[in-house]
Design a protein around this ligand. Structure first.
Ligand code: NI
Length: 388
């Protein structure tokens, strides 16, 4: 297909895609509760003649576009869930559900990928292979990708493409990067045990609050002194809980936090460094510390060939391509990339606020552009995979 035809068809679809996006925006649903969202997506796909599969999932769905000739399978993924944020945009199509909002733009992702599905469905006879559309629930709680993979959606899939809207990039600009784009996400809990007692008789106790405070301070050196200045990582203590009243020193203090990295080696070393600091500092106070490590998702790691392919698709459509700046936020798109090569990109949306802000907005002119981009990229990927 020529890219002019594709762009024109996508522009024709624009009012429909805007209507879809606004309908989703007005009715946000939180992770694992996307029942109406799933029903709506199914409706839009089926009315266009696409067939939908659930793979036994309660929310989220899959639609295959089977080409006129056999070949590889490329998956396109959109996340569909919203956030517990009270919307403050004042838009006429603002959330009608108190306390819930599409404040990360997953309504945009969903509408874009429905657009890509409709464009590909019209051109299916010309496709060599299959495009599998994944409408994934529960991205915000980092559960949906795992659920979908467990349900079997990646069977037979050779590559996967996805995107996130990017408020600080203008509409028409696409951010693409080879390698790490979004950080790995791990979680830790440190239990510091001392010996409680009277707040006025500190010589008779082992104060876990003082020990835990020193651990918080010492943990700041894990990145600054143990991680190469040329690498990057984040170690943040985000919860410090101890004590029940003002005059009793407790037995226990708990610290909980998040760890981010962009490199497998850096990530692998962090738990041991955190454990050493926690145990060693606690011992210095006569207390003890126990580290509980909760491994989360890998960093988003873009395949070089697919990143090149996305850039080519964007350029052929007349979009501007820039080097994507990485972010320490996480994305469970990375879970798919542990199984198949993938590429995740930034789609410029000229937003006014960052993700998760109650005044988060995006520009709907980006809808047909991303629909056309993913339709074109899927077609290019099928061709390139068939040659491999
Ligand atoms: Ni998001």
């Amino acid at each position: 297909m020529t890219t002019e035809t594709l762009r024109r068809d996508a522009e024709e679809l624009k009012p429909h895609l805007i209507a879809i996006r606004r309908e989703l925006h007005m009715h946000p649903e939180l992770s694992l509760e996307e029942f109406e969202t799933t029903r709506r997506i199914r409706g839009w796909l089926e009315e266009a003649g696409l067939e939908v599969q659930t793979f036994g999932l309660a929310t989220g769905l899959v639609a295959d576009i089977t080409g006129g000739a056999p070949g590889p399978t490329v998956a396109l993924r959109a996340d569909i869930d919203a956030l517990p944020v009270a919307e403050e945009t004042g838009l006429p199509f603002a959330s009608r559900v108190p306390g819930k909002m599409h404040a990360c733009g997953h309504d945009f992702h969903t509408a874009s990928m429905i657009g890509a599905a409709l464009l590909l469905h019209r051109r299916r006879e010309r496709l060599r292979g299959r495009v599998r559309m994944l409408f994934q629930p529960a991205e915000e709680v980092a559960a949906g990708a795992r659920m979908m993979i467990r349900a079997g959606v990646l069977e037979g899939v050779d590559a996967i493409l996805g995107m996130h809207n990017k408020p600080d990039l203008p509409v028409g600009t696409v951010g693409i990067r080879t390698g790490a784009l979004m950080a790995s996400v791990d979680r830790f809990l440190i239990r510091v045990t001392g010996k409680g007692g009277h707040g006025a008789i500190p010589d008779a106790v082992v104060d876990p609050i003082v020990a835990a405070s020193a651990i918080v301070g010492a943990l700041q050196t894990v990145v600054s002194r143990n991680t190469s200045p040329l690498d990057s990582a984040v170690v943040s203590v985000c919860r410090f809980h101890a004590g029940a009243t003002w005059n009793v020193i407790p037995d226990l203090a708990e610290l909980e936090g998040t760890v981010r990295a962009f490199d497998a080696g850096v990530r692998r070393r962090l738990p041991e460094q955190i454990r050493r600091v926690a145990e060693g500092v606690a011992a210095g106070f006569g207390a003890s510390a126990e580290l509980v490590w909760m491994e989360g998702q890998h960093f988003v790691n873009n395949d070089p060939a697919l990143a090149d392919l996305m850039a080519r698709a964007a350029e052929e459509l007349g979009l501007r391509v820039v080097e994507a700046s990485p972010t320490t936020a996480g994305e469970d798109f990375s879970v798919y990339q542990e199984h198949v090569p993938g590429c995740f990109i930034w789609m410029g949306t000229s937003g006014t606020e960052e993700w998760h802000h109650p005044k988060f907005t995006l520009h709907e002119d980006a809808l047909p552009l991303s629909a056309a981009l993913f339709a074109h990229a899927a077609e290019l990927a099928l061709r390139s995979l068939a040659r491999d």
